[in-house]
Design a protein around this ligand. Structure first.
Ligand SMILES: [Zn+2]
Length: 394
């Protein structure tokens, strides 16, 4: 208790959420939710004050830890990460909530095969709520540091670039030509000045693309001139996907609104997993939310069509029987096969950067392996607050 308050070490997910709350990614939230907000979000997809919000954000603690650390409502607690101070929470409430009910409402299922349901059931039984203050801003390590911008910094960069309309692209993939045209189509549809790639960087599982490849491949599209320099930028969002389908689509829209985006593109199966949600469930949910403060750009699929001899749009191309889906599986087979793809599926420039990332960051693989999970440089590190050196040369 060096800080004179109980100390609570938090896991990576919670640390990321603290950072997001502190920097305004999750505005208007100023801390982890109390029971009134959680219940309102779960039941009616709004905070208790009526503001639309779709995903509960809670800080879970076991009853044993609460008692052992003497954490009480009305007191403060120091949240630590990587053995360093991260944030102080003013504990306003300690409560429990029915996790099964939460899962059914948020994910539409209580099936433990659903990763969001699994994440919910893994929560400890008590939640502590209250505003947080960051006391030790984390360091974002290369190569992510140049893509890390707070909402305030992003809004400033939009202003500097003259972006009055910016359309967000949520990504956790290396961009193939379908993604590229999704972005270009949404940019046109929104009559936007800019496209913001907001790459989700968070918990990974074996087989996912490594974060470095996702971010640097998107950036390569701009470097390669496929987007003009002043109409495209890549940024990261520290977030653990819940795969909540339509509810997560709403959450993504709310976060990108906070980044200064006026529009957000939503393609097929946004934030879905398995077959839990209809392909265009995310499109449907926005019909109920006309005043969200950010405009959804709802798009169908882009595929490669040999008859059109190019990347074609589902809403235009009449050769559905000839199409080549630009599916994740197909693109992965190109990357793994080591053969050069047709330029209209995956750009050679993108493939090159993916292969470079495999060597530089992925221990030989562009996909997450156990070795990567164990040995990668963390995206986020903490300053050693016990360090007494004053020259700044850490
Ligand atoms: Zn066609």
């Amino acid at each position: 208790m060096v800080w004179g308050v109980p100390v609570l070490p938090v896991r990576e997910q919670v640390a990321r959420e603290c950072v997001n709350i502190a920097y305004g990614f999750f505005s208007p939230l100023e801390g982890f939710m109390g029971s009134a907000d959680v219940d309102s979000v779960v039941r009616s997809m709004t905070l208790a004050n009526g503001y639309v919000w779709s995903i509960p954000l809670v800080l879970d603690v076991s009853p044993m830890t609460l008692a052992y650390m003497n954490i009480e409502a009305g007191g403060s607690v120091l949240l630590t990460y990587q053995n360093q101070p991260l944030a102080v929470m003013d504990v306003e409430e300690i409560f429990t909530y029915d996790k099964q009910f939460l899962a059914r409402q948020v994910y539409g299922t209580t099936d433990v095969e659903h990763p969001g349901v699994t994440r919910t059931y893994a929560l400890e039984d008590q939640f502590i709520a209250g505003p947080i203050t960051l006391v030790n801003p984390p360091v974002i390590n290369p190569p992510f540091d140049r893509f890390w911008r707070t909402p305030r910094q992003l809004r400033q960069s939009f202003a500097d670039l003259g972006w009055e309309r910016a359309v967000a692209h949520q990504s956790r993939n290396v961009p193939h030509s379908g993604h590229e045209w999704l972005m270009k189509g949404a940019w046109l549809a929104a009559q936007a000045e800019g496209v913001l790639v907001s790459a989700v960087v968070g918990e990974k599982k074996p087989g996912d693309y490594i974060d470095e490849a996702i971010v640097l491949a998107h950036h390569r599209l701009r470097e390669g001139g496929f987007f003009l320099e002043d109409v495209h930028q890549t940024s990261i969002l520290l977030w653990d996907m819940r795969y909540a389908g339509p509810r997560e689509a709403v959450f993504h829209a709310l976060v990108r609104k906070n980044l200064g985006c006026t529009h957000h593109m939503f393609g097929r199966d946004h934030a879905g997993v398995g077959s839990y949600y209809d392909t265009y469930a995310a499109h449907e949910i926005f019909k109920q939310l006309p005043d969200l403060g950010i405009q959804p750009v709802l798009t169908l699929e882009w595929w490669y069509c040999p008859v059109c001899a190019g990347v074609a749009y589902e809403g235009l191309c009449g050769h559905r029987d000839n199409k080549q889906d630009l599916s994740g599986t197909f693109i992965r087979s190109i990357i793994q096969g080591g053969t050069e793809p047709a330029p209209l599926t995956l750009r050679p420039e993108v493939l090159e950067v993916v292969r470079e990332c495999a060597e530089s960051y992925g221990f030989g693989s562009p996909f997450v392996t156990e070795q990567y999970l164990e040995n990668r440089t963390p995206v986020m590190s903490m300053h050693d607050m016990n360090c007494t050196c004053t020259n700044g040369n850490h």
